[in-house]
Design a protein around this ligand. Structure first.
Ligand code: SF4
Length: 108
């Protein structure tokens, strides 16, 4: 196991957990710059719009095992920021729908 690349310290944009039983969970990234911050990719729900190196299984399940985009050094945060408008759209109300929660409380 190699030492972290100079300049890469655990922070809000980089986190390396060599104690994880699965580390490194993807092949193709130098262990010294392997970023565990996005262990569960926040872009998964974007389907084919995520921009990553995915495939689909015969059963139609999105398979990200070959994707290293968010695990390379500290580039993952910039990628997620770039895609955030798509995530926000996914989380927004459908056109014409009312938010009955009224700021988090049930409408009476
Ligand atoms: S292919 Fe890569 S970027 Fe896309 S959802 Fe999977 S892990 Fe995330």
């Amino acid at each position: 196991m190699s030492a972290p690349q100079q300049g890469l310290h655990n922070s809000s944009s980089f986190f390396r957990n060599v104690s994880c039983a699965y580390f490194p969970c993807h092949e193709g990234v130098d262990e010294s710059e392997f970023n565990c911050l996005f262990c569960y990719c926040p872009l998964y729900a974007l389907g084919p719009e995520c921009g990553g190196d995915f495939s689909y299984t015969a059963g139609g399940i999105k398979d990200c095992s070959g994707c290293t985009r968010l695990h390379r050094a500290d580039q993952g945060v910039a990628i997620v920021r770039e895609k955030f408008p798509l995530l926000a759209k996914l989380a927004s109300l459908p056109d014409g729908a009312d938010d009955t929660r009224q700021g988090g409380e049930q409408a009476q």
